[in-house]
Design a protein around this ligand. Sequence first.
Ligand code: PMP
Ligand code: GLN
Length: 389
Amino acid sequence: MQTSVHIDSRFPAMGTTIFTVMSRLAAECSAVNLAQGFPDFQAEDALFDAMHRHLRAGRNQYAPMAGMPELRTAIAGKVAALYGAAYDSETEITVTAGATQAIFTAIAAFVRPGDEVIVFAPVYDSYVPAIETVGGKAVYAHLRFPDYAPDWDEVRALITPRTRMIVINSPHNPTGALLSAADLDALAGVVRGSDIVVLSDEVYEHILFDGEAHASLSGHLELAARSIVVSSFGKTYHITGWKIGYVVGPAALMAEFRKVHQFNVFTVHGPSQLAIADYMQDASRHLGLAAFYQEKRDAFRQLLAATPFELLPCRGTYFQLARYERMSELADRDFAEWLTREVGVAVIPVSVFQPDGRDDKVVRFCFAKREETLVAAAARLQRAFPGQS
Ligand code: PMP
Ligand code: GLN
């Protein structure tokens, strides 16, 4: 259908998110999709049974705006048990339609036109569009290649009177890097005495390897007092399609968050909140995630060792970065497309997360897949690059 309006696009340069682009291409080419981050295995029946129970029990009308009390109580219990933080489930926890909505809502609640928001490149792809939608300006700090560590002196130098927010993400997508307790102390030093709000994207909080502990901002008293912390059940319980997440933060910040949330989604799908609340009662389901994914990470790394890819460290998340310099001179976007079309394995080019398009010849694999999927992908890669490992 033709439109009769002249559109003066608000985002003339904005394309479609890389995750949609690569998943579409993967389907078109019947490639093994190790691009977009989602599990190709099923969650447990107990979760679906719980959802069914609540549907049939008639819990099908609007949940309270902030989320089902049962789920907020379960979240408060989990965050207290893991990070020693006491968030009030009435006033300091809000259930969201996934982390994406949580992040967008937090940015809309605090960032005004002309405000600056510091983000770290490579940067997860939803942050900057959210900042720009509300008229803010993204200011880039850089994670150092190839260990993707932040430089807090650089961050300090980027602070201006317009800095409203700093967005951090650990475990980090796409790099698999972690922030340490010392990083949090350094960040606290940077923002001390200011009114900067910290937005902490911790959707992979349960996926850390080799015994590393997650440094949650919830557990850092000084930072928690100025932070909105985001998590997502999609990652934790293998249900990315349910789009349920949550935020925790001090009551005064949460009150501002809810001013936007109530007119953004108002409230989130109820029966799935109740099902998750039931499912969370067994803490081994989130606590066991690290070991579950460590096994997949190790198996996948072993499979890739028989290819010419050079693997970067993966300390958390379900993403593995790999350099392909020995295999191709293509730019990473072209390499990702070529790999999808010609080899039949879809990946994400990491330069899409770089504001200046910086290309370190690195692609991201998602290993949240069944063993046979990973084996099939590796077999295609080994066939495409015989004897080059
Ligand atoms: N932040 C990061 C770092 C992510 O990787 C993702 C999703 N993969 C999200 C936010 C969005 O999570 P959700 O699907 O719950 O919206
Ligand atoms: N965050 C997921 C990833 O990194 C994808 C989420 C999405 O498709 N928006 O692959």
